[in-house]
Each structure stands twice: as structure tokens, then as C-alpha cells.
Design a protein around this ligand. Structure first.
Ligand SMILES: Cc1cc2nc3c(=O)[nH]c(=O)nc-3n(C[C@H](O)[C@H](O)[C@H](O)COP(=O)(O)O)c2cc1C
Length: 170
């Protein structure tokens, strides 16, 4: 089973909570997960893993969460060749319908441009929003979680997503 480095940022702890649920699910599937809060982790740490989980909520109307913002200029220069990553994003599709989950797109774009393989795209079925940088060709680039409006769906979404990605890491 694979060793996976999970990197997340969280201002009000919702992404932290999601990261814990994802951690539990993938661990139960036999993977070994190292979890890192990007607040006190250098992004170059990502290069120590072939498999990555990257989590970020969208903040400040279409912006990265503050700790991701602080490291973004370093993150976007990393060479992700040979890596497999799955992204997860937290947002509010009602309050920020024109920027729902933008942060996932903002982090996934340089990752793919710098050679990374992305897994774990997620259907937009069951969500209502107008625009999202996290959505390309009608699909989210990673798991979309909305604690503000659809908290009751969070656990089942995480379970289904873990099931979808669990065999895609090497
Ligand atoms: C001031 C503010 C701005 C926000 N901007 C966005 C946004 O542009 N897009 C979005 O999808 N969610 C937005 N959100 C919702 C947050 O992403 C959501 O509350 C999330 O659960 C916060 O995650 P965290 O607790 O891990 O920091 C915003 C929330 C606040 C309070």
C-alpha cells in the first residue's frame, strides 16, 4: 500500500476536519498517511512523497486560504513530475456562487503544468453554483465539500471519494 503526504491549510478548522476524515478512510484502506498543516510546513516537503493529497478552502472571494497564500510562490515552482495527487476543496456554493472552490483550481493548475498527474476528479451533480476555477470541462478537479450548506452530505461524499481514489496511488 502507498505512503501518501497530505498537505492542507485551514483557517476555521473545517478543512482540518475534512482532512481527518479522508485520513481515516485511506488509512482503513491500508495506506500510510503523513498529515501536514501547510501553516508550519515548507512546501518542498511535498517532494519527499510520490503520492499527495492537497486540501485548501477558498477564502476572501476567490482567494487561497492565508497559509497557502503565504507559500504559493514557492509551491508553484515545484517540479511535480512523477507525482500522483488528489485535491480536495472546501467552500460555500451559496454565499460565493461565482467563486465556489476556486482554490482547488488555483492549486491544481500549477501542479499539472509542472508535470503532476491529477486523480480524484469529482462530479458537479448535487451542487448549484455559477462559476468555479475548480471546475474544468464540467467536472471538479477534486472533491468539493460545502460545510456551510450541505454539511449532511460531507461524510458520504468523503466516503465515496476515498473509495474512488484508494486504488489510484502507487
Ligand atoms: C470572508 C469569507 C470569504 C469566503 N470566500 C469564499 C469563496 O470565494 N469561495 C468559496 O467557495 N467559499 C468561500 N468562503 C467559505 C469558506 O471556504 C468556508 O467557510 C470553509 O468552510 C472555510 O474553511 P476552513 O475552516 O478550513 O478555513 C468564504 C468564507 C468567508 C468567511
Amino acid at each position: 500500500m502507498a505512503k501518501i503526504g497530505m498537505f492542507w491549510g485551514s483557517t476555521t478548522d473545517m478543512t482540518k476536519e475534512a482532512s481527518e476524515l479522508i485520513h481515516e478512510g485511506l488509512e482503513a484502506a491500508g495506506h500510510e498517511i503523513d498529515s501536514h498543516d501547510i501553516r508550519n510546513t515548507d512546501p518542498s516537503k511535498m517532494l519527499e512523497y510520490d503520492n499527495l493529497l492537497i486540501g485548501c478552502p477558498t477564502w476572501n472571494v476567490g482567494e487561497l486560504q492565508d497559509d497557502w497564500e503565504d507559500v504559493f510562490s514557492e509551491y508553484e515552482k515545484l517540479d511535480f513530475t512523477g507525482k500522483t495527487a488528489a485535491f480536495f476543496g472546501i467552500g460555500d456554493q451559496v454565499g460565493y456562487s461565482f467563486n465556489f472552490l476556486d482554490a482547488v483550481g488555483m492549486l491544481a493548475k500549477p501542479y499539472m503544468e509542472n508535470g503532476g498527474k491529477l486523480v480524484g476528479k469529482w462530479s458537479t451533480e448535487g451542487y448549484e453554483f455559477d462559476e468555479s476555477l475548480g471546475c474544468v470541462d464540467g467536472e471538479f478537479l477534486g472533491l468539493a465539500i460545502d460545510y456551510d450548506n450541505q454539511d449532511d452530505l460531507t461524510e458520504e461524499r468523503i466516503e465515496a471519494w476515498v473509495e474512488q481514489i484508494k486504488d489510484l496511488f502507487e
